[in-house]
Design a protein around this ligand. Structure first.
Ligand SMILES: N[C@@H](CCC(=O)N[C@@H](CS)C(=O)NCC(=O)O)C(=O)O
Length: 139
């Protein structure tokens, strides 16, 4: 019985499969996060644990400004107890952002930690503040 694909169907199917595989590999490779060295990941983990508060920020980011205002202006958290990194103005900012993504799966800034515990972004911080829990965490 003839195949529904007709003659030469097998080579055609093989070529289609190969092309599909090549195209999808290209897409998935482009979407995959950049590889970060273990050394950078360890360095960033060190920065996260260095002080009570860690914020990875960008100077132009309105969510970061809101977070910094809440922490340092409204709640008067002492700047000396915080590590605040401005990723867009530092040479290794992109590496740090990639490492943070590897560590906690968050791609955006601000990327906030308190006592080495991942808080999340600005919306998470504002929720904690609105619920009255943030001040306790910062004590
Ligand atoms: N829902 C997030 C929004 C944060 C956000 O969108 N940040 C932007 C900068 S303003 C960002 O990180 N964009 C990607 C990037 O800069 O790599 C939050 O509340 O923190």
């Amino acid at each position: 019985m003839d195949s529904v694909f007709g003659q030469n169907s097998i080579p055609t199917i093989v070529i289609i499969l190969l092309l599909t595989s090549l195209i999808s590999k290209r897409f998935f490779t482009a979407a995959a996060p950049k590889m970060v060295s273990q050394a950078t990941i360890q360095q960033v983990k060190g920065l996260i644990g260095q002080k009570k508060l860690f914020v990875a920020s960008k100077t132009y980011c309105p969510y970061c400004q809101a977070t910094l205002k809440t922490l340092f202006t409204d709640l008067k958290f002492p700047e000396a107890q915080a590590v605040v990194l401005q990723l867009d103005t530092s040479d290794d900012g992109q590496d740090i952002q990639d490492a943070l993504y590897e560590i906690n799966g968050q791609k955006t800034v601000p990327n906030i930690y308190i006592d080495g515990k991942h808080i999340g972004g600005n919306s998470d911080l504002q929720q904690l503040n609105a619920s009255g829990k943030l001040q306790g965490l910062l004590q």
